[in-house]
Ligand binder design. Structure first.
Ligand SMILES: [Fe+2]
Length: 390
């Protein structure tokens, strides 16, 4: 979508919401000067906050831009719910009026404001409360290890202006407590930016502390490129989306081995991990990557094959070409209600374990957040997969 269209739609939403609130309150009817003052202060603050995503997108990289992006992302968390509530309550108030009921002034924006603010605060706190989720997967292969394989699946860190270092450090503690065989990171380590992350060296130091017997492997996701962001969401075309050197250096600094449409063997050569380039943004301004048939052409069909990719797609083709298990991220499980109800409509597997056309798949909700730094109805998680071989 063209940046002007995104910003135009957003401004239309802000304007409609403002008009609906204004109609409901009619400031001229407020007799108390204290209430009148409060109304104007809150309105002014909201309108000021509403400008932050726009300036956060337009200004050049720097402290002011990143501050505005930080505030803008939080504002959007509030603005996800506020217009929706205003609209629903305005319709309700309209129906009440239709039946000659009373016009309860201030009810629409008042309730909408308090509920949206409460949801924002809850969602921001909950997003930092990373949980550990356990999955069991069975793989039948002729030449498999005798022991189970413990895999940590991480995804969607979205390191950005609203990341919290202590939450990343806590995530590393949770990972290390599992004493896993391998850590797989399913992309979106960054949030379409590198410079917005303050103290990247501290994050790298924390992530470098992640331990697993066979190491940490990662693939890039559609946000591991530099793009123009509007409220945390990219608005520039794919042809302008390039991975920058700082991102690659950061991954090397973390001791993450990035897989670009390639296969590595772990567990004494008995398990194959196939890491795919992202199918939306390859990092070179294209969407080019190997097809499932191409990327799996060199595998040993007798040994277990685990495919690591960002988006939960092409499951049938992966299965047909010899994959036993696909592990992905990208969906965030919908991140905030009602997203958790919507993403299953557009994904073969939106979250958790699911056998899709014969292929075992696990999609993690991720450990970070995208746009608003909040989670409602979903968890920030470290997924632990115990793979049993038959
Ligand atoms: Fe993501």
């Amino acid at each position: 979508m063209h940046p002007a269209v995104s910003i135009g739609m957003y401004l239309a939403g802000v304007t409609i919401t403002y008009i609906l609130c204004h109609v409901s309150i009619k400031p001229g009817y407020i007799i108390s000067p204290v209430l009148k003052g409060l109304y104007f202060v809150v309105t002014a603050l909201c309108l000021l906050a509403a400008t932050t995503p726009i300036f956060g997108a337009m200004l050049p990289d720097g402290k002011i831009k990143f501050f505005l992006q930080k505030v803008g992302d939080i504002w959007l968390g509030f603005f996800v719910y506020f217009p929706l509530l205003v609209l629903v309550l305005s319709i309700l108030q309209g129906i009440i009026r239709l039946f000659h009921g009373p016009m309860i002034r201030g009810l629409v924006p008042g309730i909408s404001f308090v509920v949206s603010l409460t949801l924002l605060i809850y969602g921001m706190i909950h997003a930092q409360q990373t949980v550990v989720t356990y999955f069991d997967v069975d793989i039948a292969a002729k030449d498999a290890p005798e022991e189970d394989l413990k895999v940590i699946l991480l995804g969607d860190l979205h390191l950005s202006v609203n990341s919290v270092l202590s939450t990343t450090e806590k995530m590393v503690e949770l990972v290390n407590a599992e004493d896993a065989d391998v850590v797989l990171i399913a992309g979106d380590i960054f949030n379409s930016s590198y410079n917005g992350l303050s103290q990247p060296e501290k994050y790298a130091e924390a992530l470098r502390g992640m331990k697993a017997k066979y190491g940490v492997y990662a693939v890039y996701g559609n946000h591991d490129v530099k793009e123009t962001l509007f409220g945390g969401f990219p608005i520039s075309p794919i042809s302008e989306a390039f991975r920058i050197k700082e991102m690659e250096d950061f991954m090397a600094d973390c001791n993450f081995k990035v897989l670009y449409d390639e296969t590595v063997e772990i567990a004494d050569g008995k398990v194959q991990i196939v890491g795919r380039i992202d199918g939306e943004k390859a990092g070179d301004g294209t969407s080019n990557r190997m097809s499932p048939a191409e990327v799996l052409s060199g595998i040993d069909p007798d040994k277990p094959v685990i495919v690591l990719q960002h988006e939960p797609v092409e499951f049938a083709a992966l299965y047909e070409n010899g994959a036993d298990l696909a592990v992905c991220g990208h969906t965030h499980a919908g991140q905030i209600f009602p997203g958790n109800l919507i993403v299953p409509l557009f994904n073969e597997n939106a979250y958790g374990y699911k056998n899709v056309g014969g292929l075992d798949t696990v999609v993690t909700s991720g450990v970070g957040y995208y746009g608003p730094p909040m989670r409602i109805g979903t968890n920030s998680e470290v997924a632990v997969l115990t793979v049993h071989f038959k």
